[in-house]
Design a protein around this ligand. Sequence first.
Ligand code: ISJ
Length: 103
Amino acid sequence: MTNPDQALAQFQLGQLRASIDNLDSILIHTLAERFKLTQQVGKLKALHNMPPADKSREAQQIERLRHLAKESGLDPAFAEKFLNFIVAEVIRHHEQIRGQEAE
Ligand SMILES: C=C(O[C@@H]1C=C(C(=O)O)C=C[C@H]1O)C(=O)O
């Protein structure tokens, strides 16, 4: 048996989780669109013999995202780690594309 307080808490939890699910969908769709673009960058770089990683571009992105994170109340260290995690995957894709072009 649930008391009214527990029933209300369950309802609120369900509402919060529904919004979290919506935001997780946005994150997945956003990442999918980002990777479509970075795949195009990878092909362009492979075609023109440019290196997969660009540390100066990454430094600019980190500075920009740390600033945005601070403004939004997100931990800037987390924002930096998150970007680095994504960029590492992008570079892995670029190296794969480069390998395919060389075949
Ligand atoms: C996509 C690029 O390649 C790499 C991946 C980046 C990214 O995912 O934002 C940024 C810099 C590069 O290390 C790029 O050079 O723009």
